[in-house]
Design a protein around this ligand. Structure first.
Ligand code: SIN
Ligand code: CO
Length: 382
C-alpha cells in the first residue's frame, strides 16, 4: 500500500504542475520496491514488452532493444535497463502509479521502470511530457534545469542528449524520494550505486495527433458526409476570391464536427487507448456466459481489475439523461444512469465480490456489464 506523504496537493497543482520542477523528499516513507531487477529482467524476456538497455562504455553509447535472450551481453560498462508499461504486468507497480491519480487517468500513460548500475544514466536530455520519477532502492544524483535553447548531441542515433545545463535542483535521491519534472525541463540522473527508478509518465496529445485520429475515426465510422452548399452565392470582381462569409461557412462546417456527439465518443475512445501490451481477452469460444458470471457472483468469487486498467468518462451535464458511458482501451460501455454511482465504485476498486459490496437488486445490468468486462480481459475472476 503506497501513500504519498510530505506533499501538499493544492500547492503542487497551483505552483508546480506544468510550471516548475519539485523535489518531494520522502514522498513515500519506508518505500518498498514493487519489483526487483531480476523481475525487471524477466519482463524484458517477453516479446510483447517494450524494453531497452542503454549502455556507456567510456564514450561509446549503445542502445539494444528487447526481448533479450541473453541480456548480460548488452550490460557493459555503465548501463540501464528500461522497461515500459510495467503497471500492466505487476499489480504493485499499478498500485504505485495510481498514487498519482490526482492527475486524471486520461492524462497518464504508463509506469516505466529502470534499473541502473553505478555511474549509469541515459544522459542529460529533455522530454516533451511531465513525469514523476520515484527513487527506489539505491541512490541516484538527479539534476534538473529550466527550459532554454540547449545545444544537442546524438551520441547514438536513438539518444538525443543535450550538452550541458545549469541545474536548479541538484540532489541525491534515496528510496522514497520523488522528483517532478515538467515538460521541456532538462534533466540528468546518474546512479551512485545499483538503483531502481519508477517514472510515472503523462500524455499530452498534439493538435496534429488529435486531428489525425479524429479523421481516422470519421472514416472508420463513415461520419461527416455533409458537403459545402451555397444557395445564396453572390457575384464578385475576381473569380479566385473567397469571401469572408464563405470562409466562415467553411469554418462552421468543420467546427460542427467538433460540437457533434461523435466528437465526445471519439475523445473517450482516444484518451482511453493505452496500446495495451498485456492482453487477457477471453477467446470467443471460451467466453463466459452471463449465467456463469451470475453463478460466480453468487458464490462470492472475487473479480480482480487487471493491472493498468483505467476507465474514463466524460462529466455529465445537468441536461443529460442518457446512459452512463465509460471507456476502457477504446471500447465504450453503457449502463443505465441509475447505476452510475454503483458502477463508478466498482470501476475504482481493484477487487469486487458480493462479499465486499452487495449488488443492488435493481442492478440487473451489472451482470451484463461484468460479463463484457471479463470477456474483454479487463476484469478476471480469481
Ligand atoms: C531513467 O529512469 O533512467 C530515465 C528517466 C528519464 O530521465 O526520463
Ligand atoms: Co527523461
Amino acid at each position: 500500500m503506497y501513500t504519498l506523504q510530505n506533499f501538499d496537493l493544492d500547492i503542487f497543482l497551483r505552483d508546480y504542475w506544468q510550471k516548475k520542477p519539485m523535489l518531494i523528499k520522502q514522498g513515500f516513507q519506508l518505500f518498498e520496491d514493487p519489483l526487483d531487477e531480476h523481475e525487471l529482467a524477466g519482463l524484458a524476456l517477453e516479446d510483447n514488452i517494450d524494453s531497452r538497455v542503454i549502455s556507456r562504455d567510456k564514450q561509446n553509447w549503445q542502445v539494444s532493444h528487447g526481448p533479450f535472450n541473453d541480456i548480460n551481453q548488452h550490460c557493459v560498462g555503465a548501463w540501464s535497463l528500461l522497461v515500459q508499461k510495467v503497471d500492466q504486468f505487476i499489480p504493485q507497480a499499478d498500485e504505485l502509479m495510481r498514487t498519482f491519480s490526482f492527475i486524471p487517468y486520461w492524462r497518464m500513460t504508463d509506469l516505466m521502470v529502470s534499473f541502473s548500475n553505478t555511474d549509469a544514466g541515459v544522459g542529460a536530455h529533455i522530454d516533451q511530457y511531465d513525469v514523476f520519477i520515484i527513487q527506489g532502492k539505491g541512490s541516484r544524483r538527479w539534476q534538473v534545469g529550466l527550459p532554454a535553447e540547449y545545444g544537442e548531441s546524438l551520441p547514438h542515433p536513438e539518444l538525443r542528449q543535450i550538452n550541458s545545463f545549469s541545474p536548479v535542483i541538484d540532489e541525491i535521491l534515496s528510496a522514497g524520494d520523488i522528483i517532478y519534472i515538467p515538460p521541456h525541463h532538462p534533466h540528468n540522473g546518474i546512479a551512485l550505486e545499483d538503483c531502481m527508478n519508477y517514472s510515472v509518465g503523462f500524455r499530452a496529445p498534439s493538435e496534429q495527433e488529435m486531428l489525425t485520429s479524429f479523421a481516422d475515426y470519421a472514416l472508420e465510422h463513415n461520419l461527416f458526409n455533409q458537403r459545402y452548399k451555397d444557395k445564396s452565392i453572390t457575384p464578385r470582381a475576381y473569380p479566385g476570391e473567397i469571401k469572408q462569409q464563405e470562409l466562415s461557412h467553411f469554418k462552421h462546417l468543420l467546427s460542427s464536427t467538433l460540437t457533434s456527439s461523435s466528437f465526445e465518443q471519439w475523445l473517450g475512445k482516444y484518451l482511453s487507448e493505452t496500446n495495451r501490451l498485456s492482453n487477457n481477452e477471453v477467446e470467443e469460444d471460451e467466453h463466459y456466459s452471463e449465467e456463469e458470471i451470475v453463478g460466480l457472483l453468487a458464490d462470492g468469487v472475487y473479480f480482480l481489475r487487471e493491472p493498468g486498467i483505467k476507465p474514463i468518462f466524460i462529466e455529465s451535464q445537468a441536461t443529460d439523461n442518457t446512459d452512463f458511458i465509460f471507456y476502457i482501451e477504446s471500447q465504450s460501455f453503457a449502463v443505465p444512469l441509475k447505476g452510475r454511482d454503483f458502477v463508478l465504485n466498482f470501476l475504482n476498486s481493484p477487487a469486487y465480490s458480493t462479499e465486499l459490496v452487495e449488488t443492488p437488486k435493481s442492478c440487473l445490468f451489472f451482470t451484463q456489464l461484468l460479463t463484457k468486462l471479463v470477456n474483454s480481459g479487463f476484469w478476471l475472476p480469481e
